[in-house]
Design a protein around this ligand. Structure first.
Ligand code: SIN
Ligand code: MN
Length: 266
């Protein structure tokens, strides 16, 4: 699958592109099963909510799961990512955000790139987030809210919140770099807010400087989403100090080769 010129232009202008039903129910089932198995493993890459029980996120799943590794090389995800970053790409980050029923907590308004620039030394926002919906996303289960066109402002520099000082500050509900109210109000006045909702198997592509966030999930429905961040092989970061763990920032920057077909399971 390649993006059409009209779709690329939409992405360029709005900073996001929603594609309904890119994956079949059977494919989503396979991804969900792998996700649940990984979520049972007690590993530092698994982040819990403040209740210390509910799984908030998993990281680096493509490093250990065959189906997740194949997912990153499917032409229907990799080709659009290559079109957007302008050439060969590799997986910079792979995460699953659970936003569990009754317990999934907030993601404050933020841009992603500031974390990668300040934390990892990424020189340019020459990367893209490709989000796969593993559950139906509705207005009730904490859909991702995005401010169209906010990416045009580039990286908005903000002070780091005081946290515990580890990489966990980047993934907890007390986010390290979040945008303040005045900034959000200004961005929303220009671009409004959209919350792309749709069936499981849908894909949301969004820019690393797009302002986004999500509310807690009060509903009885999970909102599991998987996010692959592809980076250009010409934009490999140079960490300012000790690099973050490999499950958060892939060390393997070799260009991905697309699979010959679209089969998720070999
Ligand atoms: C969310 O899962 O709602 C937030 C995802 C993100 O900030 O990348
Ligand atoms: Mn984000």
């Amino acid at each position: 699958m390649e993006l059409t010129p009209a779709q690329l232009q939409r992405y360029e202008e709005d900073g996001l592109l929603f594609l309904p039903r890119v994956f079949t129910d059977a494919e989503v089932d396979a991804l969900h099963t792998a996700t649940k198995e990984l979520a049972r493993i007690d590993h530092p890459s698994r982040v819990l909510e403040k209740d210390s029980q509910t799984v908030r996120a998993l990281h680096g799943c493509h490093l250990t799961s065959e189906v997740m590794a194949r997912l990153t090389r499917l032409p229907r995800l990799l080709r659009p990512a290559e079109q957007i970053v302008g050439g060969a790409a590799y997986v910079y980050q792979f995460k699953v955000n659970f936003k569990a029923a009754f317990g999934g907590d907030v993601w404050k308004w933020h841009q992603d790139y500031i974390f990668w620039r300040k934390g990892d030394g990424m020189a340019e926002p020459r990367c893209v987030n490709v989000m796969v919906y593993l559950d139906e996303v509705t207005e009730f289960n904490g859909p991702l809210m995005c401010i169209p066109r906010s990416q045009r402002h580039g990286m908005i520099d903000v002070d780091a919140a005081r946290g515990r000082g580890g990489w966990q500050d980047n993934v907890s509900a007390d986010l390290k770099y979040s945008l303040d109210r005045e900034t959000i109000a200004r961005l929303v006045e220009d671009g409004g807010i959209v919350a792309p909702k749709g069936p499981r198997g849908s894909v949301l592509i969004f820019h690393p400087n797009l302002a986004h966030g999500s509310t807690p999930n009060l509903s009885p429905w999970d909102r599991t989403m998987l996010i692959v961040t592809y980076n250009s092989v010409a934009n490999v970061p140079r960490p300012p100090g000790e690099p973050r763990p490999e499950f958060l920032v892939s060390r393997d920057a070799r260009p991905l080769t697309a699979l010959a077909g679209e089969a998720l399971v070999a």
